[in-house]
Design a protein around this ligand. Structure first.
Ligand SMILES: N[C@@H](CCC(=O)N[C@@H](CS)C(=O)NCC(=O)O)C(=O)O
Length: 243
């Protein structure tokens, strides 16, 4: 059975899963979920978030990191979760780092009404919305997320969102220490997770800030080139870049 990924196109967690599937060249089916009625995932009564992954045996797995681990078992070549204990520790650290990035990114994406409107323009363009929902969500979403971003800034103690993003880019570059990938010569789970969470924001101001770090941008390009080469032609679906 062809594996299925239930997703929102602009969801960072869903893009983590897409990255590993593309890296392993898996032929999978993507099902875009309607974010308001979620009828596509009505079969999942206990878990109502995305991503949801149905593997090739028909088993449902929830939550992006456990899904990545399952995919690494299901399609073991090339292996992306490290096995050597020293390498495991390092990759887990950078996987946790990518979660910190996901938590902080909204503070830079929605740090002004105009940036929030650009973000929602993009989200509604690539998501599954009716004409009316697109307009309604763009304006109410932008307003609500600007307020939410302020709350996240307080909770995560991020005084200057744009500085936070630039600092994160530099931390990643320091972690690479001149190697092509965090995994060394080949991408590891933390490369795929980090690339995945950034991919949907790459056309937005937050993404541009990350890529203003030239070494970070070079790593992004290496990742993109790798996935262009490895992904199954049947499962390719490039994200619209312009906003
Ligand atoms: N820990 C989860 C988080 C997933 C998550 O928060 N997904 C969001 C979309 S980005 C979601 O589905 N939220 C519930 C909703 O839209 O109602 C993971 O890593 O997969």
């Amino acid at each position: 059975m062809k594996p299925k990924l239930f997703q929102y196109a602009a969801c960072p967690f869903c893009n983590k899963v897409r990255s590993i599937l593309e890296y392993k060249g898996v032929d999978f089916e993507t099902i875009e979920v309607h974010p308001l009625n979620k009828k596509e995932i009505s079969f999942s009564t206990d878990y109502q978030a995305v991503p949801i992954y149905i593997d090739s045996t028909g088993t449902q797995i929830n939550d992006s990191t456990p899904i990545m681990r399952r995919i690494d078992e299901e399609f073991p070549t090339p292996k992306v979760f490290k096995v050597d204990s020293k390498e495991v520790e390092k990759d887990e650290l950078w996987l946790a780092w990518s979660n910190k990035l996901v938590k902080g990114l909204p503070t830079a994406i929605y740090n002004s009404i105009s940036n929030s409107l650009s973000a929602f323009n993009y989200i509604t363009k690539i998501g599954k919305f009716s004409w009316f929902e697109k307009r309604m969500i763009k304006y109410t979403g932008a307003f609500v997320m600007t307020l939410v971003a302020k709350k996240i800034r307080k909770r995560e103690q991020i005084d200057q969102p744009e500085e936070f993003v630039k600092q994160m880019a530099q931390e990643w570059v320091n972690g690479l220490a001149g190697k092509p990938f965090m995994g060394g010569e080949q991408p590891s789970a933390s490369d795929l997770a980090t690339f995945g969470v950034i991919r949907p924001v790459s056309g937005l101001r937050a993404g541009k800030l990350l890529e203003s770090n030239l070494e970070f941008s070079a790593w992004m390009k290496r990742m993109q080139k790798t996935l262009d080469r490895t992904s199954s032609p049947a499962s390719k679906s490039p994200l619209p870049q312009s906003v």
